[in-house]
Design a protein around this ligand. Structure first.
Ligand SMILES: Cc1ncc(COP(=O)(O)O)c(C=O)c1O
Length: 358
């Protein structure tokens, strides 16, 4: 097993002569093993890991300078939106929040200052699908970088670098770790120059994960394929069952043939995953709260991608930082409930939801 190198520094042979490691913010062998592993599973050349998914996103934005423009989704993860609006806008970086499933919308905002396109697909929590290949053609035409947040799909279902992206980002907290016991993020890329810039940011800004956390993610990756198969089969069964439930109004899951992103999802993903959202026919916060506090197997918690099933309420939890008028515009209604389907027995999970929906 890869040892956990629990050290902050390394003994050197002589001044200026080290054994490949100087100080653990810059290098750590456990972290290095994980960086190589994440690169391999994303079909990339280089991996870098960070102390959280948000720290990985933050490193990408630090590639930019005042006056640069970013095109990103209007329904992306709330924490990414918060980082862009509350931290980086004041430094003179301009973000355009657009409907990323429509390449025409992206094209409208492309200009000489566009330096980055940020894509999340499937999106959180509405499971919208963006066409990575089509967007990569747009970013390349403008000389902008394309970074894909691949957290929801995981490398088992989708490899954005193969589809033309320059960087892949993960909240490794989710499927890569897989056991809800670690916070971590990573970036994977093919370009050596880009790797050098991002490594410089990683060591200069210091948002690196500890070796124990790297060990946990390394261990999680060993079962990623097995867990993902079960997440997908459980997710599919629950999505179809919910769709026929008399008290459910709408189910968001990209594996439905009438889902607007189905054709693209089928083209760029190997399966449809275990993340889905639904709304209640009686659309109210109170009704959603009743369901959310009645499940016994689905635990009420933020996060996703662990072996245990989780349930949450985007409007009051993960997306609380998005103003109500804004979120309503994009379909993030009051009764929208998101579930991360775990790997438990699927019949037990359906009984649990059925009893909670009532
Ligand atoms: C799609 C997506 N991206 C990024 C993040 C941020 O990752 P972390 O919580 O590891 O900082 C999350 C966390 O929920 C997420 O769901």
């Amino acid at each position: 097993m890869t040892p956990i190198f629990q050290t902050s520094t390394y003994v050197q042979e002589a001044p200026g002569k080290n054994k490949g490691y100087e100080y653990a913010r810059s290098q750590n062998p456990t972290r290095q093993a994980l960086e190589e592993a994440v690169a391999v599973i994303e079909n990339g050349k280089f991996g870098l890991v960070f102390s959280s998914g948000v720290a990985a996103t933050d490193a990408v934005i630090k590639l930019l300078a005042p006056g640069d423009e970013v095109i990103c989704g209007n329904d992306m993860y709330g924490g990414t939106y918060r980082l862009f609006t509350k931290v980086y806008e004041k430094f003179g970086i301009r973000f355009h929040y657009v409907n990323m499933h429509d390449p025409v919308e992206i094209k409208k905002h492309l200009n000489g200052s566009t330096k980055l396109i940020w894509v999340e697909t499937p999106t959180n929590p509405l499971m919208n699908i963006c066409d990575i290949t089509a967007i990569s053609e747009l970013s390349r035409s403008q000389g902008a970088l394309l970074c894909v947040d691949n957290t929801f799909a995981s490398p088992f279902l989708q490899n954005p670098l193969d589809l033309g992206a320059d960087m892949v980002m993960h909240s490794a907290t989710k499927y890569l770790g897989g056991h809800s016991d670690v916070i971590q993020g990573c970036l994977v890329m093919n370009d050596g120059g880009l790797r050098e810039k991002l490594y410089f940011i990683q060591k200069s800004c210091g948002a690196v994960p500890g070796p124990m956390d790297c060990f946990l993610v390394l261990r999680g990756i060993k079962t990623l394929h097995l867990r993902m198969e079960r997440h997908c089969s459980n997710g599919k069964k629950i999505a179809h069952w919910l769709r026929n439930h008399p008290k459910i109004s709408k189910v968001y899951w990209p594996g439905f043939e009438d889902h607007p992103g189905y054709a693209v999802a089928k083209k760029q993903m190997r399966d449809f995953g275990g993340m889905l959202s639904f709304t209640l026919k009686e659309d109210s916060v109170e009704n959603a709260m009743r369901v959310l506090s009645s499940t016994k197997l689905f635990s009420l918690a933020e996060s996703l991608g662990g072996v245990e099933s989780l349930i949450n309420h985007p409007a009051s939890m993960t997306h609380a930082s998005i103003p109500r008028e804004e979120r309503m515009k994009y379909g993030l209604t009051d009764s929208l409930i998101r579930i991360s389907v775990g790997i438990e027995d699927v019949d037990d999970l359906m009984h649990d939801l059925d009893a909670a929906i009532g």
